[in-house]
Structures are given as structure tokens and as C-alpha cells.
Design a protein around this ligand. Structure first.
Ligand code: TYD
Length: 136
């Protein structure tokens, strides 16, 4: 599952007036966008996430500053630092993910393939491992 995780470069329109990047539904990212949310004003040392999703896929960008995304598939772990606004990380469903090590004033933009649904969350790591084993 960690193999499906990938950094996706976004278009960069360089301009002396300031640069511009974008992504569109079904272009650049491999799912249809249903929801956008962002994480900001994170106090030093705090961590967000620490859960998995049953169905939702996500694309995560550091619009400002930097942070780490720690991903686990129940067997191995991968840590990816995001620190530029012109690429992001595609995170498929059924991966345990945490966002940590936020820099001051960092802004994490996240687009999701589904509307908010609390029942899509797997919040217990042991439950996550059981579900992973059952879907093998
Ligand atoms: P949650 O996803 O649990 O944040 P994190 O995993 O980073 O700790 O969301 C925190 C709260 O925000 C939770 O009560 C649900 C709410 N929320 C929404 O209402 N809509 C959303 O799209 C998201 C992501 C969260």
C-alpha cells in the first residue's frame, strides 16, 4: 500500500509578479475532489491526524511552511517532508497517517475524495491492523 503513495508535481507558472500553481478535478490528482480543508495555527510540537480512512483518498500540500507526513501500512513506515506549494502527496485509503513537525505559520491544504463522514475514520491502530489483514 505504501507503494501507491506518491509525490505529485503541480504546474508552476513562473512570473516576475509572483508564481502560480494549481490543480483541477481529475487532472493532476487521481480522484475527483469532494472536499477541501486546511490545518493551520498548529502550536509547536503538536500532531494532527493519527488515523486511517476506510474509503477516502487525500492529496496533501504544504501551502506554506513545512511539516512531515508519517505513513504506516501496518508493516512499514514512511516519513515524507512537505515544504513547497508546487507539489503534494497523494495518500490512498487505508493508510495510517499522522501530520507532525509543523513549522511556525505552516498551512496544510488537504483535498479529499469524499465529503466529511465520521464513519470513514479508523481511529484505533489495532482496528486498523485488523482491517488491513482482512483486506489482504
Ligand atoms: P479530524 O479529522 O479528527 O482532525 P485530526 O485528524 O487532524 O485531528 O477532525 C477534527 C474535527 O473536525 C472533528 O471533530 C471533525 C471535524 N471535521 C469536519 O467537520 N469536517 C472535516 O472535513 C474535517 C477534516 C474535520
Amino acid at each position: 500500500m505504501l507503494k501507491k503513495v506518491r509525490l505529485i508535481n503541480l504546474p508552476r507558472i513562473k512570473d516576475p509578479r509572483g508564481n502560480l500553481s494549481f490543480f483541477e478535478n481529475n487532472n493532476q490528482i487521481p480522484f475527483k475532489i469532494k472536499r477541501t480543508y486546511w490545518i493551520y495555527d498548529v502550536p509547536g510540537g503538536e500532531m494532527r491526524g493519527s488515523h486511517a480512512f476506510k474509503e477516502s483518498h487525500e492529496f496533501i500540500i504544504a501551502l506554506s511552511g513545512s511539516f512531515d507526513i508519517v505513513l504506516q501500512d501496518g508493516i512499514s513506515e514512511k516519513k515524507i517532508n512537505l515544504n513547497r506549494s508546487y507539489y503534494g502527496l497523494y495518500v490512498p485509503k487505508l493508510l495510517w497517517r499522522s501530520l507532525e513537525n509543523f513549522s511556525t505559520n505552516s498551512l496544510a491544504l488537504i483535498v479529499s475524495s469524499i465529503s466529511y463522514d465520521s464513519s470513514d475514520y479508523i481511529r484505533d491502530f489495532n482496528d486498523f491492523k485488523k482491517i488491513k489483514n482482512a483486506t489482504k
